[in-house]
Design a protein around this ligand. Structure first.
Ligand SMILES: Cc1ncc(COP(=O)(O)O)c(C=O)c1O
Length: 376
């Protein structure tokens, strides 16, 4: 079978071999419960704490601010729901383009009546309108406010000017939650310099294992347990830790930072090359969002209407090319993306999200463009 071309790296990334090696070593040798006080337990505990230190170093924060979770969804749920429950937040400003784990958490919060949610204006390219955000933050509304905006959009890639938003929030006395699931390991983050109250990471987006992530909670934001149980994660999240996953996450993050510049150069090159090739070969192609101020990893493309277009994603798959119709939740069944739908309510067209990794090559892009030619 010819090798497949995987262009769905915003949905997930393959496990890095060094991560697999680190994880299997722990699986083979470390079976202690990290809460036990004997030698086996202490060994397991030391691995978790070393991993926490790796994450804290990567973000330039303190180890007491990093809590391991089951992934990005849990990290975002925890930040948003605990901010309302424990920090007196009664007003949330967010955007209609957030990931479903944020949108649905906000729906759930709103349904309890504990806080109201308002949406910032999005401009024609899919960026947050910072003037609108500033106006909302500086209005006479004196309710305790949390801003929840993602760093990079998982469907169109648009990047938020994180520092600017952090300053706007800090100046207005608002808390700031940033969903950094797509950018963690790809773009530098310095939490000593940038004032964010909550952010999230998920290992499987940066060549680590699935089912493990973390939430950063700024020291001054004292919240109560998210999962009641034992004293794990300093009482914040009961339950025996996913030690192999946590070691895998830290190994993957360390490697992502080490190789960050090289990986980003490769992905930027692939994205630009793909855009150029599609512009030359597909008349009337549309790129959703801002192809310039966006994550090097993500490219959302809408193809002109055609009778064969509905089957585009399936045809790509049959031709050995993996891409997505929107976010991972909808890949396979093209139900239409809420992000592209917001930007282009008049027509979703046949939209495909291609997302790159440093493993992809220009030859693969050539092959995809060639095969697409016969499918439109
Ligand atoms: C922007 C964003 N936030 C959150 C998540 C959820 O992360 P996880 O799959 O680890 O729950 C994803 C995953 O697709 C994402 O892209």
């Amino acid at each position: 079978m010819p090798a497949r071309i995987f262009l769905d790296n915003a949905a997930t990334t393959p496990l890095d071999p060094t991560v697999l090696a680190a994880m299997t070593e722990v699986m083979a040798d470390t079976y202690g419960n990290p809460s036990s006080i004997h030698a086996e337990g202490r060994k397991a505990r030391s691995l978790i704490e070393a991993a926490r230190k790796t994450v804290a170093n990567a973000l330039n924060c303190s180890i007491g601010e990093v809590f391991f979770t089951s992934g990005g969804t849990e990290a975002n749920n925890m930040a948003l729901k605990n901010a309302v429950r424990d920090l007196g937040v009664t007003r949330i400003i967010s955007s209609p383009l957030e990931h479903h784990c944020v949108l649905h958490s906000l729906d759930a919060i709103q349904a309890t009546g504990a806080a109201t949610v308002e949406q910032v204006r999005i401009d024609a390219l899919g960026h947050v309108d910072l003037e609108d955000l500033a106006q909302r933050l500086n209005s006479d509304d004196d309710r305790k406010t949390l801003v929840s905006l993602m760093h990079a959009n998982n469907e169109i890639g648009n990047l938020l000017p994180l520092e600017e938003v952090a300053i706007l929030c800090a100046d207005a006395g608002a808390l700031f939650h940033c969903d950094t699931v797509q950018t963690m390991g790809y773009y530098p983050l310095d939490l000593a310099a940038t004032r964010v109250n909550f952010l999230s990471g998920s290992a499987h987006k940066f060549y680590g294992p699935k089912g493990v992530g973390f939430v950063y909670i700024r020291n001054e934001n004292i919240i109560k347990p998210y999962l009641d149980g034992g004293a794990q994660e300093r009482n914040m999240r009961g339950g025996t830790e996913n030690i192999y996953g946590i070691v895998g996450l830290a190994t993957a993050l360390e490697r992502a930072l080490l190789e960050q510049d090289d990986r980003m150069v490769k992905m930027h090159d692939l994205k630009r090359y793909f855009v150029d090739q599609l512009r030359q070969r597909v008349p009337d192609v549309r790129f959703n969002g801002d192809t310039e101020r966006s994550h090097a990893k993500v490219l959302s493309v809408s193809f002109p209407e055609s009778p064969k277009g509905d089957l585009l994603l399936m045809n790509l798959d049959l031709n050995g090319i993996s891409a997505s119709g929107g976010s991972a939740c909808s890949s396979g069944i093209d139900v239409g993306s809420h992000v592209v739908g917001h930007l282009h309510p008049e027509s979703l067209r046949h939209t495909i999200r291609f997302s790159f990794s440093h493993h992809n090559t220009r030859e693969e892009v050539d092959e995809v463009v060639r095969k697409l030619g016969g499918m439109l």
